[in-house]
Design a protein around this ligand. Structure first.
Ligand SMILES: NC(=O)c1ccc[n+]([C@@H]2O[C@H](COP(=O)([O-])OP(=O)(O)OC[C@H]3O[C@@H](n4cnc5c(N)ncnc54)[C@H](OP(=O)(O)O)[C@@H]3O)[C@@H](O)[C@H]2O)c1
Length: 370
């Protein structure tokens, strides 16, 4: 059955897990056991699916999957065996792995799944006729997907069907289709417990890239750096500049995350709130909006994807050069001094960067921001 219209919230009661239950005889392969792949494999297994893991020979991630009780296979064998083949590899390797390894083994009747739409949307993966293609993109890191699942909760995902196919009945289960598999996958992850949102692959890919470029990574980092440089140029101590213009972003971020913008306004001082009304519109003026529209246009016309692919082919030379240059920026030394005043930050960070819990006993407090 087709998904309801874009923007519809889907709850677990509307997304039964049955099409992926082990008893259905259907198999799920998760290709990649990294940030997302591990959480998907563990959650789906705990929900009652039969799950295999695919990885390249000698892969550390694959060894971890084996140590955590999964049968593992080379990517092509894992892909060949499954009804739902989830590609949880870094986006820039989808195209090369598809061409070299997967395209020749994927056959009609199988469903390909991605956890971010980049490769499907931009044609790096081009499933042949008769192969289904779906997206379940949890809106948070794999660790949070796992932790919330173990707490009986779940973070929302965007669910999309790129290509529908019918799937005949098996000995143990009635006929189904790619849409039902996507819904079952989202439920098996815990993502429909609170509710997930129907979108298209374009919705997920373009808004995700735009959010990263315009706000979360591009916009915010540029604001931090510019504000820091201006205070230091004006003679203020770098450590104080770092605290005021970078470090404290977490407090505002946490308020917005938990309460929304109105709730954040209610929690900050009147003086700080003045900044929202008067400084904000001067900073983000018509020129900034025009730049944001240009960024969106480059995402929509494929220009951004092409730039990323070109740099990936070049061993990420451009990305590495910028990373190296950032290391020498004075904000780094100032930040280190400030963070050293709070030694617990490094411990908390190590916990958040660890791959995440295997069982409920390791679940932590689930405070990972999504
Ligand atoms: N990270 C996030 O928070 C997040 C959030 C939402 C969606 N996503 C999406 O999830 C997908 C996976 O991203 P991720 O962050 O989970 O990736 P990741 O943590 O970097 O994991 C990558 C996995 O792929 C394997 N791998 C890497 N290069 C490979 C290659 N050339 N050939 C075969 N296997 C390779 C790695 O294992 P070995 O290196 O040991 O072989 C590892 O198992 C992407 O589509 C991403 O956009 C990520």
């Amino acid at each position: 059955m087709p998904l309801p219209p874009r923007g519809t919230v889907i709850k677990a009661s509307e997304a039964p897990f049955q099409p992926l239950e082990q008893a259905s005889g259907r198999l799920v392969s998760i290709l990649g056991y990294g940030n997302q792949g591990r959480a998907h494999a563990l959650n789906l297994r705990d929900s009652g699916a039969a799950v295999l893991v695919g990885g390249r020979p000698g892969s550390d991630a694959r060894a971890r999957a084996e140590a955590e009780g999964f049968e593992t296979f080379d990517l092509e064998d894992a892909a060949r065996k499954a009804d739902l083949v989830v590609i949880a590899l870094p986006d820039e390797v989808h195209g090369p792995v598809w061409t070299s390894t997967l395209a020749s083994v994927i056959r009609p009747g199988q469903v390909l799944g991605v956890v971010h739409g980049f490769s499907l949307h931009h044609g790096d993966i081009d499933p042949p006729d008769g192969v289904g293609a779906v997206l379940v993109a949890p809106k948070g890191p794999g660790r949070t997907v796992r932790e919330r699942y173990l707490m009986g909760q779940g973070i929302p995902a965007i669910i999309a069907v790129h290509r529908e196919i019918e799937m005949p009945a098996t000995e143990d289960a009635p006929a189904t289709d790619a849409t039902d598999l996507a819904l079952a996958w989202a439920t098996g992850l815990g993502c429909t417990r609170g509710g997930s949102i129907v979108g298209s692959v374009a919705d997920e890919t373009e808004t995700d890239l735009f959010g990263e470029q315009a706000v979360l990574c591009g916009g915010m980092t540029a604001l931090f750096l510019a504000a820091f440089e201006i205070l230091v140029e004006a003679g203020y101590p770098p450590e104080i500049a770092y605290i005021e213009c970078c470090h404290e972003a977490k407090q505002i971020g946490d308020l917005v995350y938990n309460r929304g913008i109105e709730g954040m306004r209610a929690a900050i001082s009147n003086t700080a709130e003045f900044g929202i009304d008067h400084a904000g519109p001067r900073l983000v003026d018509e020129k900034t909006r025009a730049t944001m529209r240009a960024l969106l246009q480059e995402i929509r016309d494929g220009g951004f994807a092409e730039r990323l692919r070109r740099d990936a082919r070049d061993g990420f030379r451009d990305l590495h050069a910028h990373r190296d240059a950032q290391r020498d920026h004075p904000i780094e030394a100032a930040g280190e001094t400030v963070r050293n005043l709070m030694p617990w930050l490094a411990e908390e960070d190590a916990r958040l960067q660890a791959p995440g819990p295997d069982t409920a006993d390791e679940g932590g407090n689930g405070a990972t921001p999504g």
